[in-house]
Ligand binder design. Sequence first.
Ligand code: IDP
Length: 154
Amino acid sequence: MSDHERTFVMVKPDAFARGLVGEVVSRLEDRGLKLVGIKVENMPRERAEEHYSEHEDKPFYDDLVDFITSGPVVPMVWEGQDATRQVRQMIGETDPLEAEPGTIRGDYALDLGRNVVHAADHEDEGANEREIAIHFDDDELIDYDQHDAEWLYE
Ligand code: IDP
């Protein structure tokens, strides 16, 4: 189980308002991923700007920061084998119109600016470490034995 990793995922305000928190959590649980951190909060603007700093020169940046701070979000950390790439696949393409049915965005969204969920980019090597550190203190991430691990992993 040496290739287990932690990945950052966040339910965005649109999904929170639409009552989709449970749906997102449920899909990740059902896959066998292990939840090691979760909270509900109104994200401070400063932290939103840091989270999306890679987009600060883009025309949609201000709208993105306005939106992510417009209502409650649910930042989470999930752990598992190849977790980052697997979660990105489960979430689907950034633009929901391009997202495959069966993915979270493909099943629950239609608009690029209201695409339900964020997950760290598996092609950006430092993304998880950076995003987990932005949103969680170390003592908010817990260690425990995943009771069904022996049935999930050979
Ligand atoms: P990701 O969320 O799939 O990682 P990113 O390219 O990191 O995609 O973009 C961050 C978020 O910014 C997207 O989830 C989407 O909500 C929004 N976004 C990305 N590109 C555009 C755009 O061209 N117009 C408006 N919003 C965009």
